[in-house]
Design a protein around this ligand. Structure first.
Ligand code: PEP
Ligand code: MG
Length: 748
């Protein structure tokens, strides 16, 4: 029985293959295919629906329904049973179609209602291409074997669609796969707009032979491929073992378990017995995993499905001999498209990229940090972009809205280019302010600095008109490596940073690791609440070796010039005292060893927890400067995770309670005569920056791209006048100042 089923399926696939090989138009092929499938499965109806655009399915061929309805019947995604199959990526099998929720009778297809319905998705690694349907007159459920068999046929159809063999003839009006425009809504990780051509980080694997002629030979190929895959994975696990234990190894072990999974192999063997080639079998199981992945909410299950997806990709490359590098040339205006990407890989592409679109990623991810340094727009959570996009496709990245337009219609394209032109015009306007001070009409000047952390940031120092680097995030240099950098390496790097700054001030913040910034080679801490866990100065004081090494590197890099060191995440005066002591010890050690010294040493703290607004006076007196880390300060003040999309925009920086906290910090710093700056993201938002200036903060440090807009606004208004408005409303108990400030701005 099993053998007969296998040989029937192989016979059908063989026929499909012959149809593919014979000359003929696309419509002709589709018609023949529906005939053969209905014949082989013993059903009265077989129909093929293909996507006309991202949301519309079109009946493209049928055996058994009215011929006139071909290319006339169209369904929206999710409409009727066919639309349901397309939307969910899962089959629908019913003996009583009319009683199914969402059933829609289409009289155009004929008078008759066929109660038995089996529809399976035509999909290829998560890419929806269409739906294959068989229907019967007598009410019955299709068997497991029949469903499986139809899925195998659908797999071959998917490959054929992808190869474009259905073009030509009546079907000519159908856009081939990857041709229709698509708008994908993701999330913003870095603002800006860019137009360019898709460059896939991992080139797609193309399967040209979906049908296997000889199942035994295909089984041997599969087993050889799997053996090779297992040995690669074993090597990867061994390499991970060398790097330490903990979660990383556990993940690798799970990966290995999958590579050795019997059930995965068994399903692929079965696909091959039904007539698929080894690579088509891998792809079929990968497609199923992708479809489940899209539905899965459980993070553990999602991770495992990801593992399976990765392994399938590796196995496909082994079987097809197609490496990740296809030899294709990168376009001149590349927009990188990837599922995810590490910071080091992204840096390697560097400034050649116009923008980045990721299927995954997060706002605080290292890739986002690098994209920020490169000043290129980054959209994350762009679902299915890697399956939809082809190398060379036109793509528009709207980092402000978190939207991607793939193969845009002309009108969209044009409107987008207008937007880019407008932004460029604004940039030109800002460029003309580059060498002018940020002085309000009242004569008050605010010093504008930039935030940095990578060498890639430094060219912006001259271009943006920043007075210096108000925050140099030293951890980024640790994040982009896969080992702890050596002292000499760091000293050289800091030296280059200072050289580039050409005498302008650079405030080096010592390592702020932990929380969202987990080093790849650091043993992950299993902390339920890492942002409030073992991070920043807490790690520095507990693991003094690394902090000392970094301080030594900073001292050596600053020989003959001033050094500014800033300690992150100080939550108690004792921590600042301890860090300060360590720096003093290192300085005297260097001196004892006869090394030349920096000309001046300035030490400061980042104020990132509300506790420090209430710190003993001595803390303020001990600091040469203080910088408010608004990202963290706000997160702890409002108890709202800065990484959590659901809550992070919930609390306004211009709420009175937060501004009253800042006013208190300003007063305390004034009292101790210690210079105060603000270096969180809010410093780069013009209205917020202006209000900070009105509160008395005279130094702001921000993304280089924000310096122009902030300076532009400051130069047009009177900070002294705004101060009156701010004080008046804060004192009168108004809960939020955004309204009065915006109204005042509108009047100016
Ligand atoms: C901050 O918290 O505002 C800050 C500047 O530091 P980071 O964003 O690196 O935590
Ligand atoms: Mg911080």
């Amino acid at each position: 029985m099993q053998d007969r089923k296998d040989s029937d399926s192989r016979k059908l696939l063989k026929r499909l293959k012959d149809i593919l090989a014979a000359p003929g138009g696309g419509q002709d092929r589709l018609d023949q295919i529906t005939y053969h499938i209905a014949d082989s499965m013993g059903t009265q109806v077989c129909s093929i629906y293909l996507f006309r655009d991202a949301n519309t399915l079109e009946l493209c061929a049928t055996e058994g329904l009215r011929a006139e309805s071909v290319h006339r019947i169209r369904l929206r995604l999710g409409e009727g049973l066919v639309g349901r199959v397309a939307r969910t990526g899962r089959y629908v099998n019913t003996a009583d179609a009319p009683s199914e929720p969402g059933f829609r009778f289409m009289p155009e297809t004929g008078e008759e209602v066929f109660p038995s319905f089996l529809g399976v998705p035509i999909q290829r690694v998560g890419e929806r291409l269409g739906v294959l349907v068989v229907q019967c007159r007598e009410p019955r459920l299709f068997s497991e074997d029949e469903i499986y068999g139809l899925e195998v046929v659908a797999m071959v159809l998917a490959e054929m669609t992808e190869l474009g063999v259905f073009q030509g003839g009546h079907a000519d009006g159908m856009p081939p796969a990857h041709r229709f425009p698509l708008m994908i809504r993701g999330a913003t990780a870095q603002e800006g707009a860019a137009e360019g051509c898709v460059w896939l980080h991992e080139a797609r694997v193309v399967v040209t032979n979906p049908v296997g002629d000889d199942p035994d030979r295909e089984l041997v190929r599969l087993h050889e491929g799997v053996a090779m895959l297992r040995s690669t994975v074993d090597k990867m696990v061994a390499a991970a073992d060398m790097g330490g234990e903990g979660e990383h190894t556990a993940v690798m072990e799970a990966y290995r378990m999958f590579a050795n999974s019997r059930s995965w192999l068994k399903r692929m063997e079965e696909d091959i017995r039904l007539g698929l080639s080894a690579e088509a079998a891998v792809e079929k199981e990968q497609s199923a995993a992708r479809a489940r992945l899209e539905m899965a909410a459980d993070p553990y299950l999602r991770d495992r499905l990801h593992d399976l997806d990765d392994l399938s990709n590796r196995l496909l490359r082994i079987l097809t001999g197609q490496g990740a590098n296809t030899g294709a040339a990168m376009p001149g205006n590349p927009i990188l498209v990837a599922r995810n990407i590490g910071p080091a890989e992204l840096l390697e592409y560097g400034r050649r990229l116009r923008g980045v679109v990721l299927e995954e990623g997060s706002v605080g991810s290292h890739a986002a940090i690098v994209a920020r340094a490169l000043a290129i727009p980054l959209v994350i959570h762009a679902s299915r972009i890697t399956t939809e996009a082809l190398n060379g496709d036109t793509i528009l990245v709207d980092g402000d809205q978190g939207i991607v337009h793939l193969r845009p219609e002309e009108s969209v394209h044009k409107a987008f280019l207008d937007k880019i032109a407008m932004q460029a015009e604004a940039q030109n306007r800002y460029a003309s302010l580059r060498n002018l001070p940020a002085t309000g009409t009242c004569g008050t000047t605010v010093q504008l600095y930039m935030n940095a952390g990578l060498m890639a940031d430094l060219p912006s120092l001259a271009g943006s008109g920043a007075e210096g680097v108000g925050l140099f995030r030293t951890e980024l240099q640790f994040l982009i490596r896969n080992h702890v950098p050596r002292r000499a390496e760091l000293a050289e790097l800091y030296r280059r940073v200072l050289d580039n700054a050409q005498g302008r001030l650079v405030m080096f913040r010592t390592l702020d690791i932990g929380s969202d910034k987990v080093l790849p080679y650091m043993k992950p801490q299993d902390e339920p609440n890492p942002a409030m866990g073992w991070r920043a100065i807490r790690v520095g004081l507990d693991k003094r070796g690394v902090l000392r090494m970094q301080l030594q590197a900073l001292i050596r890099a600053s020989v003959g010039r001033p050094l500014h060191v800033m300690f992150p995440f100080i939550a108690d005066i004792s921590e600042y005292e301890a860090a300060y002591r360590i720096l003093m010890q290192e300085l005297s050690r260097e001196q004892r060893m006869g090394h030349p010294m920096p000309t001046d040493i300035r030490v400061g703290a980042m104020l990132e927890t509300p506790s420090m607004a209430f710190a003993p006076q001595k803390f303020f007196e001990m600091c040469d400067f203080i910088s408010v880390g608004g990202n963290d300060l706000k997160q702890f003040f409002f108890a709202a995770d800065r990484e959590n999309e659901r809550v992070r925009r919930r609390y306004d920086t211009l709420s009175s309670s937060f501004l009253l906290l800042l006013r208190q910090i300003v007063a305390r710093c004034d009292e101790a005569r210690v210079p105060l700056s603000f270096c969180g993201e809010d410093a780069g938002r013009p209205v917020e920056a202006l209000v900070f200036a009105a509160l008395g903060i005279r130094r702001l440090s921000m993304r280089p791209a924000s310096i122009g807009p902030v300076k532009h606004l400051i130069r047009r208004v009177s900070i002294a006048d705004l101060r009156k408005i701010v004080d008046e409303h804060l004192d009168s108990g108004r809960p939020n100042l955004r309204g009065p400030v915006t109204e005042w701005l509108a009047r100016q």
